[in-house]
Each structure stands twice: as C-alpha cells, then as structure tokens.
Design a protein around this ligand. Structure first.
Ligand code: F6P
Length: 362
C-alpha cells in the first residue's frame, strides 16, 4: 500500500458552517499520523491555479468557532474540462500532493471521483446546509442553518405579533425542503411549503383565516426557495412572493415577505456541526491511511461511516429522478435494491414530518 506523505484539503460549492471544523480535524489527524497537509485555496480552482498553502496545527487553531471556510470556496467550471483536470493533476504532482480530501456537496464529490480516476486518490466529506445528499442522513452545516432560520423567524414573529401580521419567510435549501420543514415546525409556522410535497394553498389560507378568527395575531408561513410557480405573465417566479399576495388578498391579514437568502449559510457552527465535522474529518484521513479512496464519509443511523462515491452520486440521482441511461449498469441487483431502500427512507422521513406539520401547525 502506498504511504501518503502529503495530502491536500479543499472546500468546494456553497460554504457551510462546520467546514472549518472539518479542515481542522483533517489537518490535525493527518499531522498526528506523520502526514503533511496542504490547504487548497478556493476549491478546485485553487488546484488549477496552484493556490496552495501549508496547514499546520497552529494554522487551524481557533477556526472551529468560525462560519464560512478559511480555505474559501468556488464552483469551478474549468475543473470539469479535461484541460482543467490536467492542470489540477500537474499541480498535485508539483506540490507532491498524494491525495485529496474534498469537503462539499454532490458537485464536489463528482470532482473527487474524477481526481481518483485520474490517479489522485480522493475522499469526500459531506458539507452543505441543504442536507440534500441522499446517501447520508446528515450533512455538515444543516443544523446551524436550521437554527439560524429558527432565530430569524422567532424575531419576525415578535413583530408579526405586535402588528397582527403574517410573514412569508423564504429559506434556502435548493431543491430540498428539509431546512424549511424542520425549522418551520420548530418555529411554530402556520403552514410550510416544500418542493417534495404538493402544497395545499387553499388549506393554508383557510388555516390563516381560522387562526385569525380564533384571535391569533402573528403568523408565519415558511416556504422553501425550491418551490416555484408561474405568474400571470407566464414567468416562473419564486412561489413565496406570490403566496404572500394571495394570503393578504384572501385573508385580509397584512402579509410581508422575507427572503433569508445567504443569511442562512453564515454564522458560528452549532455543537452538532462542529462535532460531526470533526468526526467526519478524522474518518476521511483514516480512510486514506487504510489505502481507500473514492469514498464519501456519511452519517448512517448516528454512525459516521463511508460509501463508494459513485454509489452515493447514483443514489442521489435516483432520488432526484435524474438517472441517466446506463447509470445503473455498473451496479449489482443488491446495490440497486439498497439504493431504492435509501430513497424510500428519505421519502418516508419527509412524508412523516410533513403530515405531522399539517396536524400541528395551525
Ligand atoms: O447549496 C447551498 C446553497 O446555499 C443552496 O441552498 C442555494 O440554493 C445555493 O447554495 C445558492 O448558491 P450561491 O451561493 O451560488 O448563490
């Protein structure tokens, strides 16, 4: 088995609170094992542009409390080209980087698997606020994002209550409604709208009317950014803004719209994110030391473990109905069965919570 002398670590895609905790854990675990660590600045573009710094124990001191990523991030198009990949490989050779740990979401893992195929072993660590990687129960950043939404909504509720208003709050999550669903339930929203489940607008409006009739003053509706609608001009628009005017028109309750946008992505990570990121970072280094690559570190029923990246990317496409022809050909019947079970589990988790929210959120 090849002994790694030096590894690189990078963060890519949307940043997420807890990425710094992962960088710290990867750096310190590797140094403990006698492996040097290089920080790649700006995601995969840092590999292309040779933007690389050495990471020491001191360099990652006091970063565990900070949101964002000290290595910065990027969504690098050039890395997807063969030319970009060749530049990245040349950089790894020039800086004697034997392997890479890439922290991010599905795009990041596609990059990691491409690197492995080109001879640089890579491991992925899940870091995105969206919790939208089907293969894992949890992605680093999700807990902080939910708590940030919760805090913002609690504040909005105070002023809604004073003025007897409704606030439609749009939250990030891309095509995944988990931040909206969980933070919506926890913040006592009257209705929640997510991409995974058809939204009953009439029912939501009826709920607001009866809540108003029962004397409720402040009301919150949480909408995931992934829900869109077609407006009267035939243009696809974010649904939250349309819903705001429909609620106001049909209930007579003055209704405001708040888009939390990137606020949801910042801030000091929660304990959950710091701890999970630390555990995942350590496992990533252990995998490399065991000679494994093309793996992604995941959480499965509370345990930090790992999966083949290609399996993880394929199950993700299966869940999101994005499977391409031939995607499943590389897998055994048992693997495909396993993928279906994971997809069913994700659908069921969301369905159960959503049904619960219908009964509890009033
Ligand atoms: O994937 C994280 C995320 O914050 C999504 O929730 C959101 O849709 C997207 O990234 C926004 O991307 P950008 O920061 O490039 O605008």
């Amino acid at each position: 088995m090849k002994k790694f002398r030096r590894i690189g670590v990078l963060t890519s895609g949307g940043d997420a609170p807890g990425m710094n905790a992962a960088i710290r854990a990867i750096t310190r675990k590797a140094l403990e094992q006698g492996v040097e660590v290089m920080g790649i600045i700006g995601g995969y573009s840092g590999l292309i542009n040779e933007n690389i710094i050495p990471l020491t124990t001191g360099a990652v001191s006091n970063i565990i409390t900070h949101g964002g990523t000290i290595l910065y991030s990027d969504r690098c198009k050039e890395f997807k080209t063969e030319e970009g990949m060749q530049k990245a490989i040349a950089t790894c050779k020039k800086f004697n980087i034997d392997a890479i740990v890439a922290i991010g979401g599905d795009g990041t893992f596609r990059g990691a698997t491409d690197l492995t195929l080109h001879g640089i072993p890579a491991i992925g660590v899940t870091g995105t606020i969206d919790n939208d990687i089907t293969a894992t129960d949890y992605t680093v950043g999700f807990d902080t994002a939910m708590n940030t939404v919760l805090e913002a909504v609690d504040r909005l509720r105070d002023t809604c209550e004073s003025h007897a208003r409704c606030d439609v709050v749009e939250v990030m999550g891309r095509d995944c409604g988990q931040i909206a669903l969980m933070a919506g339930i926890a913040s006592g929203a009257v209705a929640i709208c997510i991409p995974e489940v058809p939204f009953d607008e009439e029912l939501a409006i009826e709920k607001i009317k009866s809540a108003k009739a029962a004397g409720k003053r402040g009301m919150i509706v949480v909408v995931s950014e992934g829900v869109t609608a077609v407006d009267e001009n035939g243009k696809t628009v974010p649904y939250g803004e349309l819903l705001r005017s429909r609620i106001e028109d049909q209930t007579g309750v003055e209704t405001k719209f708040a888009r939390l946008a990137h606020v949801v992505r910042g801030g000091s990570p929660t304990l959950r994110d710091r701890l999970t990121a630390t555990k995942m970072g350590v496992v990533a280094v252990e995998l490399l030391l065991e000679g494994k690559s093309n793996r992604v570190v995941i959480e499965d029923n509370g345990e930090i473990t790992d999966l083949d990246i290609l399996f993880a990317l394929t199950v993700d496409r299966m869940y999101k109905n994005k499977l391409k022809e031939g995607d499943l050909e590389k897998f055994s019947e048992a693997d495909i069965d396993e993928m279906r079970k994971i997809c069913e589990k994700r659908t069921e988790e969301i369905d159960i919570l959503y049904k619960m929210s219908y009964e509890i959120c009033k």
